[in-house]
Design a binder for this molecule. Structure first.
Ligand SMILES: [Zn+2]
Length: 303
């Protein structure tokens, strides 16, 4: 079964938003590698991130550390946003366009850094490549570093740091989850306003006693330490999503596998699917929604 024209249009539209180019123009522009054949689309990444955190919520409830609902909600949104973050190494990705010139500049730095690290650490079995996409930011080590960095920022930076972390991830969650609604450059400011408002409201709720600022880490001074968890999880879920696509994902770096240090982890070729394909839109995304719903119900002890 192939993609229908409508599905192709939807998948391409996400990549093309803000470009003012047609879907066909985008495909011809040489950025084919980002969305069409080698990477999962933003919405599927975000949904899988949210579902993963709701699953953690269910597991935490079963293990005797039930999440207060604000932690479940904020965590799911942060994880949905964090699941877009590894693609900061590609200029066509949602995250690289989500914050205007700031994210475009950051994207360039991350791409250069990733490429430099790739060149410096590749083994004889790793192929030559021309850019940094899907290398450094798509590893378990990056996920852990970015998550612990955020956690440290959250516990040392006070209220404004928490607000900033929430804001950045709310922008990404909105762009990822409400992908249809946020298409087009004129909505940038609206997305930022909506994200700032939700960050402010969420922080206000979490700050109330018993609402979850001290979930899991209960010692004084450890408030919001848990914010690092959905960020690590989101990045890992992104990597697994990419691993399922045609070229795999070097999740294990810097642990060498045979003659490769950037071994592309993934299932056997026949089991991989084309990004933006009907499998993603018709199978994966509904499955993520269903799993997220079940996880959410279990986390809140409804089932
Ligand atoms: Zn990716």
């Amino acid at each position: 079964m192939g993609e229908s024209a409508a599905e192709t249009k939807i998948a391409n539209a996400t990549l093309c938003r803000r470009r003012g180019v047609s879907a066909a123009g985008q495909l011809d522009s040489g950025e084919r590698g980002m969305g069409r054949a080698t990477a999962m689309m933003g919405p599927a990444h975000s949904l899988s991130g949210a579902a993963a955190w709701l699953g953690v919520g269910a597991a935490a409830a079963a293990a005797g550390h039930p999440m207060p609902w604000p932690v479940l909600l904020a965590g799911a949104l942060i994880c949905a946003g964090a699941a877009l973050a590894p693609d900061l190494d590609h200029k066509a990705a949602t995250i690289s366009r989500a914050f205007g010139p700031v994210s475009r500049w950051l994207c360039e730095i991350v791409d250069k850094l990733s490429y430099a690290v790739y060149k410096a650490t590749r083994k004889p079995g790793d192929p030559r490549r021309s850019g940094g996409h899907r290398t450094l930011t798509h590893t378990w080590l990056w996920a852990v570093l970015i998550g612990s960095g955020t956690a440290v920022l959250a516990i040392t930076g006070g209220r404004w740091a928490v607000l900033a972390i929430l804001f950045v991830h709310m922008v990404l969650a909105i762009e990822g989850l409400l992908w249809r609604a946020t298409r087009g450059s004129s909505s940038d400011v609206l997305v930022w306003l909506l994200a700032a408002t939700s960050a402010w409201i969420l922080a206000g709720i979490l700050d109330q006693p018993g609402s979850g600022a001290d979930w899991l880490f209960t010692e004084p001074g450890q408030e919001y330490l848990w914010l690092g968890l959905p960020i690590v999880l989101g990045a890992l879920v992104h990597d697994i999503g990419d691993a399922l696509t045609v070229s795999g994902c070097p999740i294990l770096w810097p642990i060498p596998v045979g003659r490769k240090r950037w071994y592309p982890v993934g299932p056997p070729k026949a089991m991989r699917f084309r990004a933006g394909s009907w499998v993603e839109l018709r199978v994966l995304m509904p499955v993520f929604m269903l799993l997220g719903g079940v996880g959410c119900a279990a986390a809140l002890n409804v089932i």
